[in-house]
Design a protein around this ligand. Sequence first.
Ligand SMILES: *Cc1c(COP(=O)(O)O)cnc(C)c1O
Length: 391
Amino acid sequence: MIPSVLPTYARAPLSFVKGEGSWLIEADGRHFLDLGAGIAVNALGHANPALVEALTDQAQTLWHTSNLYEIPAQTKLADQLVEATFADTVFFTNSGTEACELAVKMARKYWHDKDQPERVEIITWEGSFHGRSSAGIAAAGSEKMVKGFGPILDGFVHMSFGDVEGTEVAINDKTAAILVEPVQGEGGIRPIENADLMALRAMCDENGILLIFDEVQCGVGRTAKLFAHEWAYIAPDIMMVAKGIGGGFPLGAVLATENAASGMVAGTHGSTYGGNPLACAVGSKVMEIVSDPEFLEDVSRRAGLLRQKLEGLVAAHPEVFEFVRGSGLMLGLRCKAVNMDVVNAGYANGVITVPAADNVIRLLPPLTISDDEISEAVERLDAAATAVEQA
Ligand SMILES: *Cc1c(COP(=O)(O)O)cnc(C)c1O
């Protein structure tokens, strides 16, 4: 008989009932160090008091009105994002894949309104992930995600990861935009080189096409910059954000320049829940904390500590791990063992990690993880690696 919850997930047999900072507590009382943070969502840890306060204050005041009206909490968060980034304007969604939908629509509408309606194609790189909507799976283009779901949304061109030259050659008079993740998450924590991000920016400028970054996973302080592309000293025209921005409350956004957003006039797009007061109250508090340069500096310091300890872990377990890669607190351990075996051994040793493509395990701890918790986490990973070796 089919389970009451549609069985689309391969779930681990763990039921967490409480979270505190970097810790998750299982129904049976076991404490786990959480290096997954709900896949880079709980950016400020579990039950962060500042976020609890922001949420409960708003919950006691007003939950929902509608985008038929002004929503002050939404305007406040949009102002914060515009202030802190390249963007001139923001649309709020509830998820990453909805942000992808709008990014695609925005790029196409831009060209439609410039009397070049044939420019609908978006070039993406293999290994990317943009969510599970029809546009998201078409953009990523992986066989596994699109198979069986009927006609694939047309207009995506897929190039190999890192193929800057091929991408430039692929640009033609049908190209609307290039869409990449500055650090691929699901693809196995694969950062795009700064030089390559700069080259993408330059080719978009030369050809007058739009550059879209998906920072759903790598954004909001994850790499120790507010947004990952800042490491390359360039900016996109359109950016997708979600996951960390809500700190655990469903919230996403599309940020854009005034030029890129020029087609999106009244009536062209909308969302019932997008920019809901509860989500925006939490998002505002997240932004207030994460955009503080001192906070980001401390993320950078602790990320250095974690990375150093992980290099030691790799050296101590050459049969289990190959190398560490990533940026800030978005780190991947490429495994020699089967990555899922390492994740499962982690569960048995009280540490949560997340598998990714390319036989990688992802470490995406809360940005607030302490030095002691980093030490404890790596000790638990060490015990997990030893268990894998002995299996
Ligand atoms: C998670 C993710 C998405 C999809 O976000 P949802 O909120 O699950 O729809 C899109 N892009 C990237 C890079 C992601 O990591």
